[in-house]
Design a protein around this ligand. Structure first.
Ligand code: NAD
Length: 348
């Protein structure tokens, strides 16, 4: 049995990653499309065998309600549109898988959670890294204290994004610059690996003056997160430097390195462990799994078996609250404390 998905937004991620990923799915199939470009939609529909009557314009989005083949909607629109399309999708009776970042503000995230609860629909944020075997192995190593207690983490996710006319440089559509787009991976993956919530953040933001890309959103953010266990995580994100996507976990008797950590393929996991006076360095060979088919099949399984997704809306809300604290710290030039989140309030 496969869950039928409607994909909303036929941009880069949908065309190059999500639609091809259905080929590797065992519990998910694409049955409907929503797009502002009828010609593009027609081509894609022909390629993926989607019925003409299952192709919708944005104006007709709410008509998905009457399409019985659609159980779930995957929202792959600019960030500033996630809240509206999630809420309308849930009101149309569909379960929602929403791309990251969840939305532009914590208030929007909460409204999305509330709307899905009210409609009794499931909501999952597409945090593909949490379904991917290399990063899952890092989490296992940390949780089992394979190298003792973690003391410190360094994480970096940056890239050189060029086209200043793209929605990613528009505050209303993007919510912010590098931080909510790529910096989010550092923040979310560290929380995932540690299984712990930061208690305090301190941050600096910088944008190159007169660079046309950074009129509305920031270029780069560097921040530090303090965790109740004593772990300190130092993170950097940028839209202005060459691709660099990695993190390193330093523990009592060893370190764990993911470099690269966040691309769609080719992730590399390396560990170093003290062996007497030597260090034993191991390159762990793990087969790549398609990140998107893995996460879509997880959501489908949750719908088929009535389970809570591993990355529900609350997970996206927590990231957004931390993002807001990071911006606040940079604005005010001082550390910002975050409310304590106890284990019993854990999202999963
Ligand atoms: P994109 O610009 O390639 O595609 C966006 C789509 O939205 C386009 O088809 C565009 O036509 C449509 N759209 C509808 N209304 C629009 C409007 N008012 N302005 C601009 N575009 C509009 O972007 P993308 O890279 O595919 O990103 C889409 C979403 O996916 C974003 O939320 C992004 O953060 C997320 N994303 C996630 C990953 C991941 O690895 N999980 C990777 C890339 C993007």
């Amino acid at each position: 049995q496969r869950i039928g998905y409607a994909i909303v937004g036929l941009g880069h991620l949908t065309l190059n990653q999500i639609l091809p990923a259905f080929g590797a799915c065992t519990k998910s199939k694409v049955v409907a499309l929503v797009s502002g470009s009828p010609e593009k939609m027609q081509k894609v529909a022909t390629q993926y065998g989607i019925k003409k009557e299952s192709c919708y314009s944005y104006a007709d989005y709410d008509k998905l309600r009457d399409n019985k083949e659609v159980q779930a909607i995957y929202i792959v629109l600019p960030n500033g549109m996630h809240a509206e399309y999630t809420i309308r999708g849930a009101q149309a009776g569909k379960h929602i898988l929403c791309e990251k970042p969840m939305a532009n503000t914590a208030q929007e995230c909460q409204a999305m959670i509330d709307a899905c609860k009210k409609a009794d629909r499931k909501l999952m944020i597409a945090y593909r890294i949490q379904y991917e075997p290399h990063n899952k192995m890092v989490r296992d190593m940390v949780q089992k204290e394979q190298f003792g207690k973690v003391k410190s983490i360094i994480a970096n996710n940056g890239q050189n994004s060029d086209n200043p006319k793209h929605w990613r440089f528009n505050k209303a559509l993007a919510g912010g610059g590098a931080l909510p787009d790529v910096g989010l991976y550092c923040l979310n993956t560290i929380r995932f690996v540690l299984g712990e919530e930061p208690s305090e953040v301190v941050a600096y933001v910088h944008s190159t003056p007169d660079d046309p890309r950074f009129k509305e959103v920031e270029e780069q953010v560097n921040w530090l997160m303090k965790f109740p266990s004593g772990v300190q995580a130092s993170c950097a994100t940028s839209y202005g430097h060459h691709d660099d996507k990695n993190y390193k976990v330093m523990a009592d008797t060893g370190w764990i390195k993911m470099d690269p950590a966040f691309p769609y393929t080719g992730l590399q996991l390396e560990t170093s462990q003290a062996q007497g006076t030597e260090n034993q360095i191991i390159q762990h060979k793990i087969a790549d799994k398609d990140h998107f088919s893995t996460e879509m099949d997880h959501f489908s399984e949750c719908l088929l078996e009535n389970k809570v997704p591993f990355t529900p809306g609350e997970e996206g809300l927590q990231d957004q609250k931390i993002i807001e604290a990071i911006y606040q710290s940079a604005r005010e030039g001082k550390p910002v404390k975050l409310p304590a989140v106890s284990k019993k309030d854990a999202f999963r």
